[in-house]
Design a protein around this ligand. Structure first.
Ligand code: DCP
Ligand code: MG
Length: 724
C-alpha cells in the first residue's frame, strides 16, 4: 500500500466521486455484493425497485431515511472541509503508530475456516422439491424474502427484499414459505461434521460457522519427526481438509457449502464468499499476500460495512480497503475511536484469530426475529411472539448462556421500528420467564397504541442481552442487597416473629404485608414497592445485578451493544438516547461494525442509519421505569440480524450514569462511590438499625440498665450480626 495519508484534495476528489445512485433514495438501492449477483445491471434493477416501491409507505420511509442520512453526510463533509492539513498529517502519524502496533502483534499462526452453506433455505427447498430446481425461486413471503436461489439472484432478487419487489424484478419468481424445522435439521447434520474438525467450532447461525483447523492440521498432517508442518504442506493440507469437510457435508445433506480459509476470522469470512457457490478460497498466512488481497477489496464486501457506512465512506472517496489506509488521518478525525480502529484493522487485513476470544465470552446478546405479513390479529402476534421466545430460549440453552435484559423489537406496517427493553428479575434462559415478560411488553405496546389504531406489525424480534454463562452465574456468591434484605428479614423474625412475608414470583422477589418495622417498610418501598417509580424499579434491577455480582453498569445497550455504566435504568435510558443520537455510534451498529464474527454478514442488527436523530427516537419510561422504548429507521436489509449469535464489543467511549445517585434505602445517605460500598454501608446501617430496635426494647427497662444494655447490645449485636 502506498503511504499517501489523505489530503484535502483527496477529500475534494472523494466528494465529487459520490457514486451515481438511483434517482430515489439510495438506501433503497440493491446491494449487489452478494454471491451470484455479480455483473447485474444495477441501474436498471434499481429503477424497477424504485418504480415498484414508489408511493408505498416503504418508499416514503426510505426517502426520509435517505434525507436524514444526506444531512448527516453533509455535516460530515462540512467537518471534513474544516480540517487543516496539519491536523490530518498529525492524525495520520497517530494512525501509523497504531498500525505499527497492530503489525507487530499480527498473529498468522492460526488456520481459520469459515463455512457458509449456499443459498441455504432455498437449497433445502430445492433439494426437497425438484420442480423448483430450474426456476428462479426465493424463500419468504410477499412481505420479505429470506433468500433466493442463484437463478433469482440474476434478476436482482435477494434476501431482505420485499417479496412484491422480487416479483416485479422477476415475474416468474416462485416464493416458497420457510420451513425452519427442515433448516434446523440440516444445520444439525452439518454441525456434526464440523465437530470432527474442531470440537470447539463457533456456530454463528444455522448456515455458517467458524472452525479453527490449526490443531486438527497439526495432529493429522505433521511429519512424524518434525511435529511442525512445512508451510506449503500446511496450506495444501488446509485446503484438502476443507475440501473433504465440504464433501462430507454434501454427502450428508445433499446441500453444498462454500468455505474460506485464512489466518483470521474476518478474512476467512470474506474468503468464503469468493468462490460461492460450492467453492472455497484459501488465503495464505503471508503479510504481502494479505495486503494484496485487501488492496482491491470493496469495503462493502466486509462484514460490518453496510449501506449507511458505505455512503459515508463513499462520500470521502473511499471504496476499497486500500482507500481506508490512504485516508486514515481523515478517518481518525471524523469517526469514533471504535470506527477508526475498525477501519485500520480492515486496511491491514487484521481480524480475530482465537475463536474463543469472541465466542460466548464477548457475546453481547442473542436474538431472533421474524418478518410476516402485516397483521393486527392479537392471537397471531402473541403466537408468533411465543415461538420467538421459545426459539430464543432454546438457542440460549444450546449455548449455555443466561441473560437478564429482554428486548422486544417490532416493526409496524409503516416500517417504523421500535424496541422496548425490560430487565428480568434474574438471569435466565427459561422460556417460562421469557415468554410472560415478552408478552407483557407486547401487551403494553398494544395498550399504548390502542387509542389510535390497533398495533399492526410486520416484524417481531426478541433479544436477550446482559448475558453471562450459566457456569459464571453459578459461581457468583457475594453478599448483596438482596441477601441483606433477607438477612434483615431473618433477624426480624428472630427479634419479632410477625414481621412480614416474602414471596418468590418468577424468580423475582416481592415483599408484602411487611409491618412492624419502619425500616423494613422503607426497604420494601425503596427496593420493591408496589408503587415503585422508575428509580425504585432501577434499584430493583440494581439489586439483582449486585446479587449476581455483575459489575455495575452491566446493562448491555441494545443499540450499541456496549456494556453501559448505568447505576439506574434512567441513566441507562439516557445512554440509549445518546446512543441513538450519536452518529458514529449508530453507524457502527447499523453497520455491525466489527461484526466479523457476528455471523450477520451483510445483515444488520440495528439499522440506525439515518433515522436516529432525536426527532425520530422516542424514549419512554413507563410507570415502572423498566421499559426503554425508542424507534429508529430500518434499512432495506434486515435490521435485527435474526441470525445473530455473536456480537462484538463496541466499547463505549462514553460512560453513563454514576454511582453518585446510589442512595441507602435505610438512612437515605447518598453519593456512594459504588454499589459495593453501598452494600457495605447498608449492611452497617441495618446492623445499627437492629441495634437501635434492640435498644428500644430495653428502653422499657430502667434507664440505668438501658444504658448498659445499649452499650452491651451494640457490641453483642455486632457479634451476632457477624454470625448471621
Ligand atoms: N436469511 C434470512 N434473512 C436474511 C438473510 C438470510 O432469513 N436477511 C436466512 C436465509 C438464508 C440463510 O439465512 O438462506 C443464510 O444466509 P446467507 O447470508 O448465508 O445466505 P444464503 O445461504 O441464502 O446465500 P449464500 O449462498 O450467499 O450464502
Ligand atoms: Mg449461506
Amino acid at each position: 500500500m502506498g503511504e499517501s495519508c489523505g489530503t484535502m484534495e483527496d477529500f475534494a476528489e472523494g466528494t465529487s466521486e459520490k457514486p451515481a445512485c438511483m434517482s430515489g433514495p439510495q438506501t433503497l438501492a440493491l446491494n449487489t455484493h452478494k454471491a451470484g449477483m455479480e455483473g447485474l445491471d444495477a441501474a436498471k434493477i434499481n429503477e424497477i425497485i424504485q418504480k415498484a416501491s414508489e408511493g408505498s409507505k416503504f418508499y416514503q420511509h426510505k426517502k426520509k431515511c435517505q434525507e436524514r442520512l444526506d444531512a448527516k453526510i453533509s455535516d460530515m463533509n462540512r467537518r471534513c472541509m474544516e480540517l487543516t492539513q496539519d491536523q490530518i498529517d498529525k492524525a495520520t502519524l497517530q494512525m501509523d503508530e497504531l498500525a505499527k502496533e497492530l503489525k507487530d502483534n499480527r498473529d498468522l499462526s492460526r488456520t481459520i475456516a469459515h463455512v457458509d452453506m449456499d443459498m441455504f433455505y432455498a437449497a433445502v427447498e430445492m433439494r426437497d422439491d425438484p420442480s423448483l430446481r430450474d426456476k428462479p425461486m426465493a424463500v419468504g413471503g410477499v412481505g420479505m424474502l429470506s433468500t433466493s436461489n442463484y437463478a433469482a439472484r440474476k434478476f436482482g432478487v435477494r434476501a431482505a427484499m420485499p417479496g412484491f419487489i422480487g416479483k416485479k424484478l422477476c415475474p416468474e419468481l416462485v416464493i416458497v414459505k420457510p420451513d425452519f424445522t427442515k433448516y434446523k435439521a440440516a444445520s444439525a447434520q452439518v454441525q456434526e461434521i464440523f465437530k470432527e474438525y474442531d470440537p470447539n467450532f463457533s456456530q454463528m447461525s444455522l448456515d455458517e460457522a467458524y472452525l479453527d483447523l490449526t490443531e486438527y492440521l497439526k495432529k493429522n498432517y505433521s511429519g512424524p519427526d518434525s511435529g511442525d508442518l512445512v508451510y506449503d504442506q500446511f496450506g495444501t493440507a488446509a485446503e484438502e481438509v476443507v475440501h473433504e469437510m465440504r464433501r462430507k457435508i454434501c454427502e450428508a445433506t445433499r446441500l453444498t457449502a462454500s468455505a474460506g480459509i485464512a489466518p483470521n476470522t474476518r478474512l476467512a469470512k470474506i474468503c468464503s464468499d469468493m468462490n460461492k457457490p460450492n467453492g472455497q478460497f484459501y488465503l495464505p498466512p503471508d503479510v504481502e499476500t494479505i495486503q494484496e488481497f485487501v488492496k482491491t477489496l470493496p469495503i462493502r464486501k466486509v462484514s460490518g460495512i453496510g449501506n449507511v457506512m458505505e455512503q459515508h465512506l463513499n462520500a470521502l472517496g473511499i471504496t476499497t480497503c486500500e482507500d481506508l489506509w490512504h485516508k486514515r488521518g481523515i478517518l481518525m478525525l471524523l469517526f469514533s475511536e471504535t470506527n477508526y480502529n475498525f477501519f485500520l484493522d480492515l486496511a491491514l487485513g487484521q481480524g480475530e484469530t482465537i475463536l474463543s476470544n469472541w465466542t460466548e465470552r464477548d457475546r453481547k446478546s442473542i436474538s431472533n426475529e421474524t418478518t410476516f405479513k402485516g397483521t393486527s390479529d392479537k392471537n397471531v402476534l402473541f403466537d408468533t411472539l411465543d415461538d420467538l421466545c421459545q426459539e430464543l430460549s432454546d438457542d440460549m440453552k444450546k449455548h449455555d448462556i443466561v441473560g437478564k435484559l429482554l428486548t422486544l423489537k417490532i416493526k409496524t406496517i409503516d416500517f417504523q421500528v421500535k424496541t422496548r427493553t425490560s430487565p428480568l428479575a434474574d438471569y435466565t434462559n427459561c422460556v417460562t420467564v421469557i415468554q410472560p415478560k415478552a408478552q407483557q411488553i407486547l401487551q403494553h405496546e398494544m395498550d399504548v397504541c390502542s387509542h389510535k389504531q390497533p398495533l399492526t406489525l410486520r416484524l417481531m424480534g426478541v433479544r436477550m442481552s446482559t448475558l453471562a454463562s450459566k457456569a459464571e452465574i453459578g459461581n457468583m456468591k457475594q453478599t448483596t442487597l438482596f441477601q441483606v434484605v433477607n438477612k434483615l428479614k431473618n433477624k426480624k423474625k428472630m427479634s419479632s416473629p410477625a414481621t412480614g412475608n416474602m414471596h418468590e414470583h418468577n424468580g423475582d422477589a416481592e415483599f408484602s404485608n411487611i409491618g412492624g418495622s419502619v425500616q423494613v417498610k422503607d426497604i420494601t418501598v425503596s427496593v420493591l414497592g408496589s408503587n415503585a417509580n422508575a428509580e425504585h424499579a432501577a434499584s430493583l434491577s440494581e439489586k439483582y445485578r449486585e446479587k449476581e455480582n455483575i459489575p455495575k453498569g452491566a446493562y448491555s445497550c441494545p443499540v450499541c451493544n456496549k456494556e453501559v455504566q448505568a447505576s439506574t435504568l434512567t441513566a441507562f435510558n439516557e445512554h440509549i438516547d445518546k446512543c441513538l443520537e450519536n452518529d458514529s455510534c449508530n453507524i457502527i451498529n447499523g453497520e455491525e461494525l466489527g461484526k466479523n464474527h457476528d455471523n450477520g454478514s451483510d445483515r444488520k442488527e440495528h439499522n440506525n442509519d439515518s433515522g436516529n436523530g432525536a426527532d425520530n427516537s422516542d424514549i419512554d419510561t413507563n410507570e415502572d421505569g423498566i421499559f426503554t422504548f425508542y424507534d429508529y429507521d430500518s434499512d432495506f436489509e434486515s435490521d435485527f440480524d435474526r441470525k445473530e449469535k455473536q456480537e462484538n464489543a463496541n466499547p463505549c467511549t462514553e460512560s453513563f450514569g454514576s454511582d453518585d445517585s446510589l442512595s441507602c434505602p435505610i438512612c437515605h445517605q447518598t453519593n456512594f462511590p459504588g454499589v459495593e460500598k453501598l452494600t457495605l454501608h447498608i449492611d452497617e446501617c441495618l446492623d445499627k438499625q437492629l441495634l437501635k430496635e434492640e435498644s428500644k426494647e430495653q428502653d422499657t427497662k430502667s434507664s440505668q440498665v438501658q444504658q448498659k444494655r445499649k452499650y452491651g447490645s451494640e457490641s453483642k449485636g455486632k457479634k451476632k450480626l457477624k454470625m448471621c
